[in-house]
Design a binder for this molecule. Structure first.
Ligand code: NAD
Length: 478
């Protein structure tokens, strides 16, 4: 018997959760349930996190969390409970299978069978944002080696466990050479450990276009957080419907399972909603907790129900569907099919389905870190880079001098173009002169001198080389 935490959520949440639980219990799931309240009521009671401390205690104790969608009230500083839960519980891997149910659910992509593996904790979702000048705000994109290693290894182990043939990586490392570059590099390193699984990398823009056009050429796709967020919805939608996809959020200790859609408040309380997305999440949960036979039984009964043409309104199509049913009746039909296999779809087998056991991340030996320069970011409302260069040259020392100024990454001094549009946010790159070196004391001195000259430094960024390899971007045009 496994004790799990369940939240029924808002909108259609309670109906689809009741349907899901009735199906998996009828299939023999060995679960005991602790229910917690999360979402709208908790938010509106003044808790901006949408969850009480006592609920966290239960979720952390049980470690397995099955969550229905919740309504995040508009405005008012409410934090997304999903993002908070993923980060608090270290749920680094988001797994979304997106498979077409052709010819029973309308899709332009009958052959599609993709699993999106999305990094879930870092990237731009670190949520570290600042306004630095009147005109410029910044969001920090943080990509870590442990983050990349964990998610890429998860993707390959998943492929191995489920007999998938290929893992594809999407990044934009032609532009973001450090952040996406690290993700791609780690992908190449780890791919070598899995010689029997094909691997490939696509630049995300053309990769996404290809996925939307010819999804059948992909199998497992691993991506950093933001790309994965966007493309997993695209993949679910083109497979047939976002209403049919479930998602697993997996960490080293805990895991959360859910539908990918929201709380559909306009459909709430009418016995209309399709419980399939949450049911798919619950099937991932059953596999994760080792109840693979129950998972398999539920999935096969669900596939049979879909091919029998017993459909909720969202996937009902005259000519294809046989019977339009409500949430409860759909659940009853699936329960009635337990023990049966689909005849048109391939029946699933989850004989090897249990939770993946990944090795813990091992920190690597530190590299030799050298300070090569410093970028001072300056808030300045003048329009000519030459004028700013004149101003910052006043803080040059006999050892450290301004070498370049950029505006939004584009080199504007020396030898800038008059056509380049400039905001009030300038990066002034200081480098030691030939034969000199730089230390933190000199940076402090530069900052003091800038302050004295009335230069408004809003941020500094040190420029490093690791093991002799410069690890920072050049100015565009440099
Ligand atoms: P939504 O997914 O709730 O609804 C989008 C459309 O899909 C609607 O037309 C809806 O009727 C339909 N739909 C969704 N699920 C369905 C189902 N199971 N069966 C039949 N039809 C279904 O997206 P939204 O309207 O943008 O968001 C509503 C609320 O849900 C918002 O408060 C949003 O913040 C929240 N939300 C929560 C989650 C989550 O908890 N994981 C995810 C996304 C959105």
């Amino acid at each position: 018997m496994k004790r799990i935490t369940v939240a029924k959520g808002d909108g259609i949440g309670p109906e689809i959760m009741d349907a899901t639980l009735s199906i998996i219990k009828a299939a023999g799931a060995q679960i005991e349930i602790d229910e917690v309240e999360v979402g709208e009521k908790v938010y509106l009671a003044g808790n901006t996190a949408g969850i009480a401390k006592e609920s966290w205690d239960i979720i952390r104790k049980n470690k397995i969390f099955l969550k229905a969608p919740i309504t995040t009230p508009q405005g008012g500083g409410y934090k997304s409970l999903n993002v908070t839960t993923r980060k608090f519980l270290g749920l680094y891997a988001n797994i979304r299978p997106c498979v077409s149910l052709h010819p029973f659910v309308k899709t332009k992509h009958p052959e599609m069978d993709i699993v999106i593996v999305r990094e879930n904790e870092e990237d731009l979702y670190a949520g570290i944002e600042h306004q630095q000048t009147d005109e410029v705000v910044q969001c920090l994109k943080l990509i870590s080696r442990p983050g990349c290693e964990k998610i890429v290894r998860y993707a390959f182990e998943y492929a191995k466990q489920y007999g998938r043939k290929k893992v594809t990586c999407f990044t934009k490392d032609n532009i973001m050479k450090q952040t996406d570059g690290l993700f791609h590099q780690v992908f190449d390193e780890i791919a070598k450990e899995y010689p029997t699984i094909e691997n490939e990398h696509w630049i995300i823009d053309i990769g996404a276009a290809k996925m939307a056009d010819t999804p059948e050429v992909f199998d497992v796709i691993v991506m950093p957080n933001l790309y994965g967020d966007v493309l997993s919805d695209v993949a679910a939608q083109i497979a047939g419907s976002v209403g049919l996809a479930g998602s697993a959020n997996i960490g080293e200790e805990c895991a959360m399972f859910e539908a990918i859609h929201g709380s559909a408040p306009r459909r709430a309380g009418q016995n209309l909603a399709n419980p399939s997305g949450l049911l798919q999440g619950a099937i991932q949960m059953l596999n994760h907790i080792g109840q693979t036979e129950v998972a398999e039984k539920v999935q096969n009964a669900w596939l049979k129900t879909i091919e029998d043409g017993i459909h909720t309104y969202d996937i009902f199509k005259e000519g294809i569907s046989k019977q339009k049913v409500g949430t409860k009746e759909f659940a009853e039909a699936v329960i009635g099919n337990l023990g049966q296999k689909p005849s048109q779809f391939k029946a699933v087998s989850y004989a090897n389905g249990a939770a993946l056991n990944l090795p813990k991340y091992q920190r690597k030996a530190p590299k030799l870190k050298e300070l090569l320069g410093v970028d001072l970011f300056v808030h300045w409302t003048g329009s000519s880079a030459d004028e700013l260069a004149e101003k910052v040259q006043q803080i040059n020392t006999s050892e450290v001098q301004i070498s370049m100024i950029t505006n939004r990454g584009i080199k504007v001094w020396p030898d800038g173009f008059s056509e380049t549009f400039c905001t009030d946010h300038w990066r002034c790159r200081f480098k030691p002169l030939e034969g000199k070196s730089l230390d933190k004391q000199q940076i402090i001195h530069l900052l003091g001198a800038a302050h004295e000259k009335g230069i408004d430094v809003v941020k500094t960024e040190n420029l490093y080389a690791f093991d002799g390899k410069p690890a920072f971007s050049l100015g565009q045009g440099q």
